[in-house]
Ligand binder design. Structure first.
Ligand code: NDP
Length: 253
């Protein structure tokens, strides 16, 4: 997912600002080798994608910001030989939903790494999240941290301002993240919806369109997390206000 468009996004910024840097991909088979590979390649920063975000958290010398609570890192920076870990997915998501206006609560469909990041940052922003997952397997993190968290079996529908799909349903199949009639019921009581999957109209977004809600796919989240990561890659020497329009331009290609 985000690994496919990120090189274009970051390299466009570096090229435009005439920064002598290059963003490329490395396939990491074993998460426990992350630190070793990072230093062996003499990298100054990196984004980490699924399934290594927890391993990245463990590999860092210091964790900053909301990543501490999430327990997962998607951006690492070499700061004088020390690995510093951040989570820009969370703040990127909040920036992406700002245009929806004030929200009281949200239903997060899915309970994977992205759901953890979003639940944590939503609560920090006073938007109370409830989690609904296909199985009860991954609910422990949420229950232990005091969130309302349910499996399909235990869920009782309520009304939520924002409905978020964080599952991979619709990514490379044509599946809805939950039962169609339940989803329609939830959407018809909601104010807006977002799918974190980007670049395609998922079955989830098709249902959202039918109900006529304001919606977004994951492109804005991808852009916003990328802007924050790029700012960190450049050790905060270039402002996010400068990076933002340039990185946004790369979405036209
Ligand atoms: P995980 O693998 O950690 O979690 C996947 C979740 O999806 C689980 O809760 C799983 O449920 C659920 N799920 C999978 N298939 C189905 C299905 N057919 N029906 C219902 N539920 C299903 O993934 P991540 O949280 O790391 O990533 C989720 C998505 O977010 C991916 O598509 C990823 O590409 C995207 N993403 C987008 C970003 C952006 O910038 N736009 C940034 C980060 C991620 P169960 O527990 O029952 O298996």
């Amino acid at each position: 997912m985000s690994h496919s468009r990120s090189p274009l996004m970051h390299n466009h910024v570096f090229k435009t600002l005439e920064i002598d840097a290059c963003y490329t991909r490395t396939h990491l088979c074993d998460g426990s080798k992350l630190r070793e590979v990072f230093f062996a390649k003499a990298l100054s920063g990196a984004n980490i994608t699924v399934p290594h975000k927890e391993a990245a958290f463990d590999a860092c010398d210091e964790i900053r910001g909301i990543a501490k609570e999430i327990g997962a890192v998607n951006t690492i920076i070499n700061e004088n030989g020390r690995l510093i870990g951040y989570n820009t997915d969370a703040d990127g998501f909040v920036a992406a939903i700002a245009s929806f206006g004030p929200l009281r609560n949200a239903l997060i469909i899915g309970a994977g790494g992205t759901a953890k990041a979003l639940a944590t940052v939503l609560r920090q922003n006073k938007i109370e999240p409830v989690i609904l997952n296909r199985s009860s397997n991954r609910l422990d993190f949420f229950l232990q941290n005091g969130y309302g968290a349910y499996s399909w079996e235990t869920f009782t529908p309520n009304s939520y301002d924002l409905i978020i799909n964080t599952t991979s349903a619709g990514l490379s199949d044509d599946l809805l993240p939950l039962n169609a009639s339940l989803l329609t019921q939830l959407l018809s009581q909601a104010r807006c919806a977002i799918d974190v999957i980007y670049g395609k109209e998922t079955p989830f977004l098709r249902e959202v369109k039918k109900v006529g809600l304001p919606f977004k796919d994951g492109s804005d989240m991808l852009l916003e997390q990328g802007v924050l990561a790029n700012h960190l890659f450049m050790h905060s020497t270039v402002s996010t206000d400068t990076i933002h329009p340039i990185m946004k331009e790369s979405f036209l290609y």
